[in-house]
Design a binder for this molecule. Structure first.
Ligand code: UFG
Length: 328
């Protein structure tokens, strides 16, 4: 079975490509390399190009007998999306529409979609169930929610079945140690903490100490990137055996504050990490914790690296051995 992975050279994409390869899928990767790293894909067929270019994308579908698509290609930074909504709506919405159009023309009717906890906005209760009201507070979350709606309509009108996976905070690195997180610029908490431990940064800033949480800092639900990859394969298998369209949360159901993440990282690296208190970052909800019961019971998803210390340990192996990420 051939699977097209858009954005397969990105952080979660490249880990999912490895998982697919291990399970014997033929994988075709498309990535415009605006954020991804060419060297993170070493086995699968690779095409450099933008999914908004329908001639390019149609050419890929014509060359390969694609059965299903996993769609990661998107811009994904909350803060940047507030400053440049134009870029986010263009890349994310036009990208998805172009992909769906080409899938439709080539009779490909199964799609796993990379969605986000940001579709919920500022949640009122936790752990969040999939039915929780969706009121995104930033253009990134809005773009992903619109795409979920577009997918729903494309199922009704054209029979394209899709599973949307709403990730909470992806973290960690593949256990083989040769791929991991490398965003430029880096904005995510765990890589920034570990870069501080490597003395590439002077200190880690704590964005906001006056949130309504026990220690005043934001609480997030961190999930290992390989556990996310596994969920994509389960979703793919479910669609292949005729499952209806659906959406699932993906987290570990346990929240950690920014200070708790830093303290756990200090245990992993064996030294103290300098911090600096800073103002809140715009658009950050206080608490985001998932209920992943639906995917556990319906798709038998089970996290293998659920504990935060183990997640950070895998990230630490990557950062220590690749202090400059994918750059030599
Ligand atoms: N944080 C800091 N200091 C930093 C960086 C982050 O205190 O230098 C804090 C943030 O304020 C937040 C927490 O650490 O409270 C986690 O921040 P990340 O940037 O690592 O992750 P986010 O929670 O902002 O983002 C994640 C996903 C997004 C998704 C979002 C949903 O990466 O794709 O959750 O809100 F949209």
């Amino acid at each position: 079975m051939s699977v097209l992975v858009t954005g397969g050279a990105g952080y979660i994409g490249s880990h999912t490509v490895r998982a697919l390869e291990k399970r014997g899928y033929e994988v075709i990767v498309v990535d415009n390399l605006s954020k991804g790293h060419r060297s993170s894909v070493n086995k699968s067929v690779f095409y450099e190009g933008d999914i908004r270019d329908k001639d390019f994308l149609g050419g890929v579908f014509s060359k390969h007998k694609i059965t299903a698509v996993i769609h990661f290609a998107a811009l994904s930074l909350v803060g940047e999306s507030v400053k440049r909504p134009d870029l986010y709506f263009s890349a994310n919405l036009q990208g998805a529409l172009s992909l769906l159009d080409v899938m439709n023309k080539h009779d490909v009717d199964q799609l796993v979609f990379s969605s986000t906890a940001a579709v919920y906005g500022e949640p009122s209760v936790g752990p969040l169930l999939e039915e929780h009201p969706k009121v995104p507070t930033n253009p990134y979350g809005e773009s992903k929610l619109f795409i979920e709606k577009i997918l729903h309509r494309h199922d009704q009108a054209f029979g394209i079945r899709s599973i949307s996976l709403r990730y909470f905070n992806a973290a960690g690195a593949d256990l083989a140690g040769d791929i991991g997180e490398d965003h430029r610029p880096e904005t995510h908490l765990i890589p920034l903490i570990l870069q501080t431990a490597l003395e590439q940064r002077r200190e880690i800033q704590i964005f906001g100490t006056d949130y309504p949480t026990d220690d005043g800092t934001c609480i997030r639900d961190y999930i290992h990137v390989n556990d996310l990859s596994d969920a994509h394969i389960l979703a793919l298998e479910a669609l292949a055996s005729g499952a209806s369209s659906n959406a699932y949360n993906l987290g570990n159901g346990k929240g950690f504050s920014v200070r708790e993440v830093i303290a756990t990282a200090e245990k992993v690296v064996g030294r103290s990490i300098p911090t600096q208190e800073a103002p809140r970052r715009a658009g950050d909800p206080a608490i985001l914790v998932a209920s992943s019961e639906r995917i556990q019971s319906e798709l038998n998803w089970e996290p293998k690296l659920a504990d935060l210390k183990s997640i950070i340990e895998t990230a630490w192996v990557w950062h220590k051995s690749h202090p400059h990420g994918f750059r030599k």
